[in-house]
Design a protein around this ligand. Sequence first.
Ligand SMILES: Nc1ncnc2c1ncn2[C@@H]1O[C@H](COP(=O)(O)OP(=O)(O)OP(=O)(O)O)[C@@H](O)[C@H]1O
Ligand SMILES: [Mg+2]
Length: 350
Amino acid sequence: MKIPGKSKNAIGLDIGSNSIKLAKLGQKGDTFELRSIGYREISPEAMVASEIKDREAIIFDLQNLIDQYEPKAKDVVVSIEGHGIITDKINIDKKSGAEAEQAILFEAEQRSPFDVEDVTMDFHIINVNEETNKMDVLLVAARNEYLRSYLSIITDAGLNPVIVDADSLAILNAFEINYEVDPHRVTALVNVGFDITNVTFINNGLYHSTRDVTGGARMIYESVQREFRLNQDLAMKVLKGEMASSIDQDLLKATLVTSTDELLSGLEIAFSYFKSSAKVSDIDWVLLSGGGSLIPHFPELLQSRLGTSVEIANPLRNIEYDPTLFTGMQIERTAPIFMVAIGLAARRIK
Ligand SMILES: Nc1ncnc2c1ncn2[C@@H]1O[C@H](COP(=O)(O)OP(=O)(O)OP(=O)(O)O)[C@@H](O)[C@H]1O
Ligand SMILES: [Mg+2]
């Protein structure tokens, strides 16, 4: 969704329920260069499953993050996830220009589960099949009420949102700029956040569909507090792998198995739904990102439960940077957390 007011090097801003992430890229010839990267945790109660609970707290943290890393920032590219947004794919007769737009919006109106008055819609043509004279179009619809309240946080923090994207499409963008897309490998991009896990499927080298599955690190975080009788700070350290030597790893694995059961069941359903709709027998690999990818033992658990090989994403794989500029961030290790922010920062703005 494009919003009036444009600039060149907008900042990618990923406001999650556990933390706000910021990334800024520059262009060096054909390659991207990392200009800045920032991270700030927010209170776990300020945003729950993408619902804003304490807007003042989020605005405060957002302003602090901006002051610390990009004090001159104005234009930002942001994204939404969860119930406020839906994506769909349609296959219609090939058209171009205004004619295409009209046909797509007409089709979208027929399909939207929301009243069209209540949503803001956008679309993207995924591919055109010259033989059948048909084209696949991705539709994105955001609930206006949600969009307004989300955007008011950004504007109240003194920023200007130039593009509103979806987390699940930002991870696709981050993937495409960092990896060779192999048309023979069916790929699932899985971004495990605090409350929501974004899944994007790629088949035949093209976007197929996305799904936001309920659940993420919060379930593990709460179970770890209970099982190990730890306060919030220490439980978060366990999830970050900072307490490895002082806690029982077998108990941690067992806690992970029970606390992620709902999320993993949701992922299994999303995977089998995709397989039947795309008519593929297997998903060849999962590229895992988000904070969940850094939780000790979680990637292995995901791999064994889904029966698909899991690799941890590196959204800086094709992006140049001077590591000495970012020593405090440990970005080599924490890069997967910035998958969405990097995907947003790489959006082209004219
Ligand atoms: N080094 C780390 N830094 C921050 N979080 C980490 C780290 N290692 C593991 N994690 C886990 O990642 C979780 C946060 O993930 P992430 O930042 O992707 O969520 P979010 O984007 O804020 O949430 P959501 O997308 O669901 O709204 C934390 O709760 C923590 O458990
Ligand atoms: Mg997130």
